[in-house]
Design a protein around this ligand. Structure first.
Ligand code: ADP
Length: 484
């Protein structure tokens, strides 16, 4: 698939430190999850390389933070334009290494780029404050300054957007960055970095460390333990988030964490069934169920249950599974064998505990799993507690509004939640009662660049996107002027 790039020079396989492309002492393979074949090998950097990247980011900091917000904005805007101009190639790299359908991959390029456009504008609006004085001899000011060198560790499910959502606000604020992209999807990250270089982002301002899973752990330690790195942003599993948080404790590093979810999707008796079915399909089966905001548990009120599951299962049976480059495919492969195993474990467990299979249920040839719906799900099933992260929708039955809310909140996670109802009173009652950072109401897809994305409870810390997305990348400084 990579032979078809319009611009073959976007296929970068070396890492980027201080403006230099680094081949690394060893290499690791990047594979196509749809075929299992090797695509290329990529630089496998080490902890020592990470230390060099941190030093490069530190060296570049003074000049970058010394530019005006508007100067940084102009460079970021150029980067945005180049990403959009190369949508086709970036989408191709993404589908090849990640598996999502090509149309969806191009959609992610637009989404990923939008964070750069947004934060390019925000770069001009890092405003301070003048506070009323407590005695007339003084003046009280508040200024915001870039936090310094930032690190970002990102996952494979959104190979571009999870990077830009962190890097764009950091660069806009005047910080420099060291990124460690997921080992399964480094090619999109490296192509984006090449476009950043072409846009004029100076050497050392943006550094990309590629590494296999073992070296990623060592690089993670260096990023966490470094006293130069003042902020770490991570998107990935809650388990790894906890490790990083503890590794950051000795240096009291500021953290942004976007961790696991276990999103509930409630359908109340008064919902519009067709709209709820459409929303459930969009929420559950995007990226073959591999997003942290994908509906993990569907709760449908008893009066509408049968009608909903019948229509929902019929739509799921019509989804087309295959290589993301094939026309009409909406469901690509899962990212790796371990992902398939988890879906299989959840499905087998649900069947063993009395679930009724209405669609799919089986592993397919290669790294594919049939889009699956299981009705009569119960709280003792694994899928009620754990994030499946795959194309399996368990549908639970509930009686009262309070039962639905209680079931939805019965988890340590709190990222996205969804519900469908036409009753305005219920909209406010349920939205206020759900212990989640985000609530979709009669909407199954809710993310965009100018809204605050993030979770409560063990789903993370901080918000990405929106004007709030700048907060983690600036420090507030209070100035008290006397003798006026
Ligand atoms: P996912 O569920 O997306 O696979 P992970 O949390 O395993 O989530 O991985 C997300 C990112 O975290 C990847 O870039 C991976 O290399 C990195 N990672 C995994 N384990 C560690 C670790 N112990 N220290 C630092 N980074 C890690």
């Amino acid at each position: 698939p990579l032979a078809l790039l319009n611009d073959p020079t976007l296929l970068k396989t070396d890492a980027l430190i201080a403006g230099e492309w680094i081949a690394g002492a060893s290499r690791f393979d990047v594979n196509d999850p749809a075929t299992g074949r090797k695509l290329v090998d990529v630089a496998n950097l080490t902890r020592t390389d990470a230390a060099h990247a941190i030093a490069a980011a530190n060296k570049a900091l003074a000049a970058w933070r010394g530019k005006t917000g508007k100067e940084r904005s102009i460079v970021l805007r150029k980067w945005f334009d180049l990403l959009i101009a190369n949508t086709e190639d970036l989408g191709r790299l993404m589908t090849a290494e990640q598996g999502k359908p090509f149309a969806e991959a191009k959609g992610e390029v637009a989404y990923g780029a939008s964070f750069i456009e947004w934060f390019a504008e925000e770069a001009k609006r890092v405003n301070g404050e003048v506070l009323p004085q407590f005695d007339n001899n003084r003046r009280l000011l508040v200024m915001k300054q870039p936090i310094g060198v930032c690190a970002a560790i990102t996952p494979w499910n959104f190979p571009l957007a999870m990077i830009t959502r962190k890097v764009a606000p950091a660069l806009a604020a005047g910080c420099t960055v060291v990124i460690k992209p997921a080992e399964l999807t480094p090619l999109t990250a490296l192509a984006a970095a090449e476009l950043a270089v072409r846009a004029g982002i100076p050497a050392g301002v943006l550094n990309v460390l590629t590494a296999d899973s073992q070296n990623s752990i060592a690089i993670g330690k260096e990023l966490c333990e470094s006293d130069v790195v003042r902020h770490l942003s991570f998107t990935g599993s809650t388990e790894v988030g906890r490790i990083l948080m503890s590794q950051c404790a000795p240096t009291v590093k500021k953290l942004s964490l976007e961790l696991g979810g276990n999103a509930p999707f409630l359908v109340f008796d008064d919902a519009d069934v067709d709209s709820a079915v459409e929303g459930a399909i969009a929420s559950k089966y995007r990226n073959a169920g591999q997003t942290c905001v994908c509906a993990n548990r569907l709760y449908v009120q008893e009066g509408i249950y049968d009608a909903f599951v019948e229509k929902f299962a019929a739509k799921v049976r019509a989804l087309k599974v295959g290589n993301g480059f094939e026309d009409g495919v909406t469901q690509g492969p899962l990212i790796e064998d371990a992902a398939i195993d988890k879906v299989q474990r959840h499905v087998a467990d649900a069947i063993a505990k009395g679930g009724k299979v209405l669609a799919g249920g089986h592993r397919m040839q290669g790294q594919f799993f049939e889009p699956t719906v299981i009705a009569e799900a119960t709280p003792d099933m694994l899928c009620a507690r754990e994030e499946t992260f795959g194309p399996f929708a368990p549908v639970f039955r509930f009686k009262t509004e309070q039962d639905g809310i209680d079931a939805a909140n019965n988890t340590e996670f709190g990222l996205a939640s969804y519900f469908y109802t036409r009753d305005v009173g219920r909209i406010f009652r349920v939205a206020e009662a759900l212990e989640y950072g985000m609530v979709g109401i009669n909407a199954g897809v809710i993310a965009t660049e100018h809204v605050p994305f993030g979770g409560v409870k063990q789903s993370g810390l901080g918000r990405e996107g929106s004007h709030h997305g700048m907060d983690d990348y600036v420090e507030i400084k209070y100035l008290c002027l006397g003798d006026i």
